[in-house]
Design a protein around this ligand. Structure first.
Ligand code: C5P
Length: 405
C-alpha cells in the first residue's frame, strides 16, 4: 500500500463524500477507508435516508472528521454549512447516488444539506456521482431524463454497473465497486492528453508450447504494459490491451484480449487494426522471437530408451515491425529490453523497427519489478525519465506520447 500512497493522484486531495439512501452505503465505508489510505482528506455529508443504512458514527470513525447531516447544524459559527463545507474541497463525490438525489440534482433542489451544498459549490469544484438503484428505477424514463440533464450540466457519472441487486432483481443500476470508483476518481484528476484516441497495447510475456503441458516463456509480468493501459485510459483514450499470460487484473475501463503465443498476439493485433483504425500502437509485450516448430500433440514421455528430445525453432512474426510497415500505420511506440549498451542498442532498434518512439530499459532490472527506469529515443535523440514506480512512469510516458501525436 505504501507505493500506492506515493503514486495516487488523490494524495492531499480534499474530497467531500456525500451519501444518499441505498444499501450500497455499506460499500462506501470501504471507499472512505481507501480514499484515506491513498492520502485524501475526506469530509462526509449524509442525507437522512443514508443514515438509515449506515450510521454517521461509523463514517466519522472511518473519515476521521465529524459527519454533517443537517442544514441547520449549529457547529458552524455562521450557520452556513452548505457554504463552508465546499469552499476548500477538490471534488464532491456522491456515492451512492439515489434516483431521488439525481432528480434533485437535475432540478436544482435545495431541501437538505447535501443537495444545497451541491448547488452552492464553487464553479471549479467538480461534482461526481456513483448512481445505485434498482434496475427499473434506473431504466425509468424519468431517471434517464434526469441523467441526460445532469450530464449536460457537466456532472461526472461513474457507472452504474449491471448485475445482481440487493432486491434480488438483476440488471443495470448496481453501484460500481469501490476500486472502480477510485479508478474513475483518479482519472478525473488526470490531464486528458489522449482524449478520444484509439490506443492498442501489447503486454506481458508470450508462451510457446513444446507439448500440451510444457512451453517456453520469459519473466515479463505485464506490469509495465498494464500500467500504460491504465494511464492511457485515464488520459481519455479508448484502450484495447492484447495480453500474454499474466496474473494481473485488467485495469478499469480497458478491454483486454488474452492470448498465449506470439502468433496469436500478432493475429489479435492485426484483427484489431483491421476492425478499427487505431491512432497509437504501443508494443510493450516481451514477445518470444522463436517458437517451437516440432511441437508434440502428446506429452513427451521420458522412458529408459527414449532419446533426449531435440527442439527445432522457427521465427515468430515481428508484430511491431509489421504494424509499423502497414500503409497508414498508427503512431508506433516500441520497447527495448536490453541487458547492456542500452543507449547504442535502443537507438539502433528504433531505426531498424522504423518507429518514431522507442522506450529503452534494462530487461533484468524491470521484469517483474514494481519500479523501472525508462529512456525515450526519438528522431531528436534520447531523454531519460527518472526512476519511479511503473504507474508514475506510464503516466509520464502517456503525456510524452500525447505531446507527439
Ligand atoms: O527486437 P526486440 O524483441 O528487442 O524488440 C522489442 C520490441 O518489439 C518491443 O516493443 C516488443 O513488444 C516488440 N516485438 C514485437 N514482436 C516480436 C518481437 C518484439 O512486437 N516478435
Amino acid at each position: 500500500m505504501k507505493d500506492k500512497i506515493m503514486i495516487s493522484r488523490l494524495a492531499n486531495k480534499k474530497i467531500l463524500l456525500g451519501l444518499t439512501g441505498g444499501i450500497a452505503c455499506y460499500k462506501v465505508a470501504d471507499l472512505c477507508r481507501s480514499l484515506r489510505k491513498l492520502g485524501a482528506e475526506v469530509q462526509v455529508v449524509m442525507t437522512q435516508s443514508a443514515t438509515q443504512f449506515i450510521t454517521p458514527v461509523t463514517m466519522q470513525a472511518l473519515s476521521g472528521n465529524p459527519v454533517y447531516t443537517d442544514q441547520w447544524d449549529t457547529r458552524f459559527a455562521n450557520n452556513m454549512p452548505h457554504i463552508d463545507l465546499t469552499r476548500d474541497v477538490d471534488a464532491i463525490l456522491i456515492a451512492p447516488c439515489s434516483t431521488n438525489f439525481m432528480y434533485k440534482l437535475a432540478h436544482g433542489a435545495c431541501d437538505d444539506l447535501l443537495s444545497t451544498l451541491c448547488i452552492a459549490r464553487p464553479n471549479h469544484v467538480p461534482l461526481m456521482i456513483a448512481p445505485a438503484m434498482n434496475v427499473e428505477m434506473w431504466t425509468n424514463p424519468a431517471t434517464q431524463r434526469n441523467l441526460a440533464q445532469i450530464k449536460q450540466d457537466g456532472l461526472h457519472i461513474f457507472g452504474p454497473a449491471a448485475g445482481e441487486q440487493a432486491c434480488g432483481e438483476v440488471g443495470m443500476g448496481r453501484m460500481l465497486e469501490p476500486s472502480d470508483i477510485l479508478a474513475e476518481l483518479e482519472a478525473a484528476f488526470q490531464k486528458k492528453t489522449l482524449a478520444g484516441k484509439q490506443v492498442l497495447i501489447t503486454a506481458g510475456p508470450t508462451f510457446e508450447p513444446i507439448d500440451p503441458v510444457r512451453g517456453i516463456t520469459n519473466l515479463s509480468s505485464g506490469k509495465m504494459g498494464y500500467a500504460i493501459a491504465q494511464a492511457a485510459w485515464e488520459a481519455g483514450a479508448n484502450v484495447t490491451l492484447v495480453s500474454g499470460p499474466s496474473a494481473l487484473t485488467t485495469p478499469y475501463g480497458v478491454s483486454r484480449i488474452s492470448v498465449q503465443t506470439a502468433q496469436q498476439m500478432h493475429d489479435a493485433v492485426m484483427a484489431q487494426l483491421n476492425f478499427r483504425r487505431k491512432d497509437i500502437f504501443i508494443a510493450v509485450a516481451a514477445v518470444a522471437d522463436w517458437r517451437i516448430a516440432n511441437t508434440s500433440d502428446q506429452k513427451i514421455k521420458k522412458t529408459a530408451d527414449s532419446p533426449t528430445p531435440q527442439l527445432v525453432f522457427t521465427e515468430n512474426p515481428d508484430i511491431l515491425a509489421n504494424v509499423a510497415a502497414r500503409k497508414d500505420p498508427p503512431y508506433c511506440v516500441g520497447f527495448a529490453a536490453e541487458s547492456e549498451n542500452l543507449l547504442e542498442y535502443a537507438a539502433a532498434k528504433r531505426i531498424k523497427k522504423n518507429v518514431p518512439l522507442l522506450v529503452g530499459n534494462i530487461g533484468h532490472q524491470t521484469f517483474g519489478q514494481d519500479e523501472n527506469e525508462l529512456v525515450l529515443f526519438d528522431a531528436n535523440g534520447h531523454q531519460a525519465l527518472p526512476r519511479a514506480d511503473k504507474l508514475s512512469l506510464a503516466r509520464l510516458l502517456v503525456d510524452e506520447i500525447g505531446a507527439r501525436v
